[in-house]
Design a protein around this ligand. Structure first.
Ligand SMILES: Cc1cc2nc3c(=O)[nH]c(=O)nc-3n(C[C@H](O)[C@H](O)[C@H](O)COP(=O)(O)OP(=O)(O)OC[C@H]3O[C@@H](n4cnc5c(N)ncnc54)[C@H](O)[C@@H]3O)c2cc1C
Ligand code: SF4
Length: 450
């Protein structure tokens, strides 16, 4: 991403400063702090935290195990519902899931630290490579899993436990999906995404083919013929555009692409960073690119979001993280013009307001922000044009694959899950749950079909 622009440069901070800035966002609990945290749990009946967990982990049960010193038992409780429980302990927006539902909020305005306790239980098991699951007796059935992210890996692991032979086929060079290429670097330090992948694959019975893509080397029709069932978990490879002139101007960058570069960079101090950065968007990606830009040494970082604080896709915790990191957030504005000759230098924005019925309109009042880099972070979408004939044979709803409650598509032996299906929440934990549900449904189908 070489740039002729003066104010885009690597090495704004020293390697030591960068290392400090990208250290663990939520450092793990010590043993004694874990016991103190576990002691705050009321072990509620019909626990609201468990009901709020998309994977239905029995939270009071694993906390009880921690209290009684049975860390492995706690990990088993977690990982048997969510094999990506280690990553979810790091990246789940717990503040809007289990911890929001915790009854301790009502009493002390502070929930039990469920996420940190989950990490306390799962980390030692994954670090030690302790196998808690057994591969089921071979069923004689073969399943193709397309994708390598949380949905695909969760599905593959559950299918292996159920005795099916699985082939994971994924486009990227490494498995993990956005855990490896997207999640903010300070949420998953020490190569945790790859360590988790290795743990998941260690069950056995999962063949891996990387660097192969549906629509390129693979076709859905062929997979349906060659395997007893197919699970599609290709995520969202397309990026929404601003639909402005000059969008291809150097310095106007897709945030997800830059984050992938950042995540794969062995030396972050060598990444080119703008001095003044403008981020367009209001979700997790917008927060992540803004915070990471600051932590790489950008001096002024402004997120511009077209609606208000409450409507932002990013949780309050994420918004606060951005503000604490020195990011400015401008609400009720949208970009109307990207300015610059050989490189973006400014972005012109128009103030917005909501009209009755909830639609957004421009007020006509404009202002401009200086920018060395403008990051586009307004969401991702299916890259249907890359998926070959799949779009012609799958039913599509809201631009994504339509599935039923068991994650079954309208095709006979094809299931789908994660970000590529309609109606999801686009989180790691919901992708993992989709993979698990689909595996269970595929297993029932395969056993029925004899
Ligand atoms: C920048 C960013 C930050 C995020 N931060 C968080 C967070 O903090 N917490 C959280 O819960 N969620 C977060 N998310 C969302 C979360 O990462 C996703 O919801 C989750 O990864 C979706 O999992 P998935 O398996 O559906 O897809 P992905 O993780 O996107 O994986 C898709 C997989 O499919 C493969 N693939 C793509 N196309 C093809 C093809 N044609 N053929 C074969 N394989 C293909 C890819 O190689 C990849 O392995 C973030 C997302 C982004 C973009
Ligand atoms: S809601 Fe809170 S207190 Fe109740 S079981 Fe869950 S973590 Fe414990």
């Amino acid at each position: 991403m070489a740039s002729p622009h003066l104010d885009v440069a690597p090495g704004r901070l020293t390697a030591e400063e960068i290392e400090r800035n990208f250290s663990d966002l939520h450092p793990p609990l010590t043993k004694s702090n874990a016991l103190i945290a576990a002691d705050r749990c009321y072990f509620c009946y019909a626990a609201p935290c468990t009901m709020a967990c998309p994977t239905g982990i029995d939270i009071p049960r694993f906390i009880q195990s921690i209290r009684s010193g049975d860390i492995e038992g706690a990990a088993r409780t977690i990982l048997s519902e969510n094999i990506m429980g280690g990553m979810c302990a790091r990246v789940c927006p717990t503040e809007v899931l289990c911890e929001q539902a915790c009854v301790r909020n009502g009493h002390e305005e502070k929930p039990v630290d469920i996420g940190l306790l989950q990490r306390h239980a799962t980390d030692p098991v994954i670090a030690a490579g302790k196998q808690l699951f057994e591969r089921g007796a071979y069923s004689g059935k073969r399943v193709a899993v397309v994708g390598g992210g949380p949905a695909a890996l969760s599905c593959a692991h559950r299918l292996a436990c159920l005795g099916h032979e699985v082939t994971v086929m994924s486009r990227d060079g490494k498995l993990g999906g956005l855990n490896e290429y997207g999640i903010a670097a300070y949420k998953t330090v020490d190569d945790f995404a790859q360590r988790e992948v290795a743990y998941i694959l260690s069950i056995g019975g999962i063949e891996v083919r990387t660097g192969v893509a549906l629509g390129r080397e693979l076709s859905l029709a062929q997979l349906c013929r060659g395997y007893d069932a197919v699970f599609l978990a290709v995520g969202l490879a397309g990026v929404k555009q601003l639909d402005l002139d000059s969008e291809d101007l150097p310095g106007v960058i897709d945030a997800v692409k830059y984050i992938a570069e950042l995540r794969q960079s062995p030396d972050k101090s060598r990444l080119p960073v703008g001095r003044r950065v403008v981020v367009i968007g209001g979700g997790m990606t917008a927060i992540d690119i803004a915070v990471q830009s600051r932590r790489l040494g950008a001096q002024e970082v402004t997120i511009v979001y077209r609606r208000g604080r409450e409507q932002m896709g990013a949780s309050q915790f994420e918004q606060d993280l951005a503000l604490r990191s020195g990011v400015r957030i401008r609400h009720w504005a949208r970009p109307v013009r990207l300015i610059g000759k050989e490189h973006v230098t400014r972005v012109e924005l128009e103030c917005t307001r909501e009209v009755p019925g909830g639609k957004l309109e421009g007020t006509g009042e404009t202002f401009a922000l200086n920018a060395d880099i403008v990051f586009k972070a307004i969401g991702q979408q299916m890259a249907w044009d890359e998926l070959g004939a799949a779009s012609a044979i799958l039913r599509i709803t809201d631009g994504r694959i339509a599935v039923d409650a068991n994650r079954k598509t309208t095709l006979d032996n094809v299931w789908a899950g994660g970000d590529c299906v309609a109606g999801g929440k686009d989180l790691t934990v919901t992708a993992a749950q989709d993979g698990k549900l689909a595996a269970q449904a595929i297993d029932a189908y395969l056993r029925q079909s004899g």
